[in-house]
Design a protein around this ligand. Structure first.
Ligand code: ATP
Length: 592
């Protein structure tokens, strides 16, 4: 747990953590020592030795005073660390996750991140503020008391030494159960949480399929599982935690029984036994408190482990911060050299390859259309250009430099994206376009909007440019959202634009705007388009035909038709289906 705390606090606070722990242990030892001085005080009182009693009382008072100082020091250090956690953990977590590969952000991982950022942060502060002190002093103080007991009466001391492993074993047994049950409940919690979000987000689909009222099986299952896990946690852990507390009381009873036997045998003075039992009672106090908190600490331990595991997630290796900016030898160019890539554990050499031995070159200021059947690897190709993942074999170069050599900010400055799942922020239309280049002037924003046909949307909206688009752009149609995304790309003026012509979202009007924006972008940028429209494919300088993760054919439209191969078959199929339509330059639909 301490290792997890150190990782969560970061290297800058390790010294503070060490000092806190040193004071905490010092305080717990001093507490035990102060308790031990009670024995000579009581013995002197029972013996009628007033002077001796006062002398020992003064020693006891001094020990208590030092204990109070140590208690204050460790408590203040604990609160300071709790405060540091509250104020810096989110930043540290944020700084870490922005360096993780984009492919890491699956809904399950994002759910875990959100839970750790909220309940995990609370748990860390709780550990420093409330949990660690009773648990550490619950171990260290009784250990000090045992040492003192051995000095005062080795037989009673020996009883405590023999009982210690039994107490430890009971403690381990009960907290292991708590930990296991908590993990089960946490997994059930996470599942139920993501099912609720899924249920709420997909109301439209659920209702369309008549599942809105009668219930949604996966959610009901998840809620049931969560209740069962919660019930199991209570029924499995409560008796064990009670047993743990009971074991402490039984240990005390065993000590009393041994003491009484020794008195009856005349091996120990009754007065001494009373004094030693007073010390033993102080042995039991911290132990009982520690037993009471141990379940909570174990749960906190799970939270800390999950939080620390987030910091263990490997970021994509990057050049050191502050390094010289890379001078790109061939700005605007993309190159794949014998790239093989499979999704899997995220490092590109996991499961079966999705791209196999792909080599290609997209020269600057040219347009490349990528075509291929669903699942052939088109989107994966663009993800590798953006370095969502690192390739397993080969190299991806942007501007002539391996993307692994480029700091993320520099790589992203080279790229604009217009993808199918366009996300708009809950901001105004203008704010959403400005994301492309926050420093752009109002005129530049309007010009980009005009080119992408967003000004035409603005005229229809009640508050014009100031109209909010809702979370994720919910108040706009799919095609309108894509136009906003195209406007962003036009505004950004990045040397390379990666564009997925989302068929579903484009009606003829949207399509006309996207085609016009493409023509503008072609003048300034290199274009890689996952193409679904005939005009795009025909206009491309190079067409790449992907099949099963390999480049099956490449060339211009005419060259590929002349080759009469896969592309020609694909082309004919597409023309027959509704995927590609002949749309002349004026935008009117000529043929299907
Ligand atoms: N995040 C992911 N994790 C695991 N496998 C994935 C992931 N994304 C895609 N795949 C798999 O990789 C293969 C290629 O997918 P990709 O999305 O690149 O194809 P595509 O040609 O763009 O398909 P479409 O035209 O349907 O969008 C598919 O078999 C897909 O199931």
């Amino acid at each position: 747990m301490i290792a997890h705390l150190a990782k969560i606090l970061g290297p800058g606070h390790r010294g503070a953590l060490r000092s806190y722990l040193a004071w905490l242990i010092g305080y717990a030892v001093l507490e035990g020592v102060a308790m031990a001085f009670l024995v000579p005080v009581l013995r002197a009182v029972f013996d009628g030795d007033t002077e001796g009693a006062l002398r020992w009382l003064a020693v006891l008072a001094a020990a208590v005073a030092v204990t109070c100082v140590a208690r204050y020091q460790q408590a203040m250090r604990g609160f300071r660390l709790a405060l540091v956690t509250l104020t810096t953990l989110h930043d540290r977590l944020g700084d870490h996750v922005v360096r993780l590969p984009l492919g890491w952000f699956t809904s399950e991982k994002v759910g875990r991140l959100s839970r750790s950022a909220t309940s995990g942060t609370f748990m860390v502060t709780n550990v420093f503020a409330h949990l660690l002190t009773p648990v550490v002093s619950g171990v260290v103080t009784p250990a000090t008391v045992v040492a003192a007991m051995l000095v005062f009466d080795w037989r009673l001391g020996l009883v405590l030494v023999l009982l210690a492993p039994l107490l430890y074993a009971t403690h381990r047994w009960s907290t292991t159960w708590v930990g296991r049950a908590e993990e089960g409940r946490d997994a059930a919690d996470a599942l139920a949480g993501s099912r609720v979000v899924e249920f709420a987000r997909n109301q439209q689909t659920l209702r369309a399929f008549g599942r809105g009222v009668e219930g949604y099986g996966p959610l009901e299952d998840a809620v049931e599982r969560r209740s069962a896990a919660g019930g199991r946690m209570l029924s499995e852990t409560m008796p064990r935690l009670l047993a743990n507390g009971l074991a402490v009381q039984l240990a005390f009873a065993a000590l009393v029984a041994t003491g009484v036997t020794l008195v009856l045998d005349g091996a120990i003075e009754p007065v001494s036994l009373v004094a030693l039992l007073a010390l033993a009672a102080r042995f039991v106090g911290p132990l009982s408190e520690a037993a009471g908190q141990s379940g909570m600490l174990r749960m906190a331990g799970n939270d800390l482990r999950r939080l620390a595991a987030l910091f263990d997630e490997r970021p994509l290796p990057e050049k050191a911060e502050g390094a010289e900016p890379v001078a790109l030898p061939r700005p605007g160019e993309i190159e794949f050299e014998h790239v093989t890539f499979g999704y899997g554990d995220g490092d590109g050499d996991g499961a079966a390859p999705v791209l196999r031995d792909v080599s290609l070159r997209v020269p600057a200021h040219t347009m490349t259309a990528v075509v291929g059947a669903s699942g052939s690897g088109k989107t994966t190709l663009t993800r590798l250009v953006m370095r969502f993942f690192d390739v397993g074999e080969g190299a991806v170069r942007v501007g002539g430099t391996d993307v692994r050599e480029l700091p993320t900010a520099e790589l992203m400055a080279q790229l604009s994206l217009v993808m199918q799942d366009v996300y708009l922020f809950d901001d105004t239309l203008e704010g959403n376009i400005r994301v492309g280049r926050p420093t752009a002037t109002d005129e530049e924003v309007r010009e980009a909007a005009r080119l992408a046909g967003v000004d035409e949307i603005v005229e229809r909206l009640p508050d014009g440019w100031a109209t909010g688009v809702g979370e994720g752009g919910a108040s706009l149609s799919g095609g309108e959202r894509q136009r906003v995304s195209v406007a962003r790309a036009v505004l950004k003026q990045a040397p390379i634009v990666l564009l997925d012509e989302a068929t579903a979202a484009l009606d003829p009007e949207n399509e006309r705007y996207v085609q016009a924006a493409l023509r503008t972008l072609m003048r300034t940028s290199t274009l890689v388009v996952i193409a679904h429209k005939l005009p795009t494919v025909v206009a491309a300088d190079q067409i790449l035909v992907l099949d099963g993760g390999r480049i099956a054919e490449r060339g211009t439209h005419e060259e590929l038709l002349a080759a009469d191969g896969r592309y020609t078959r694909f082309w004919n199929e597409r023309r027959r289906s509704r995927g590609w339509r002949l749309v002349p330059d004026d935008g009117t639909e000529a043929a299907r």
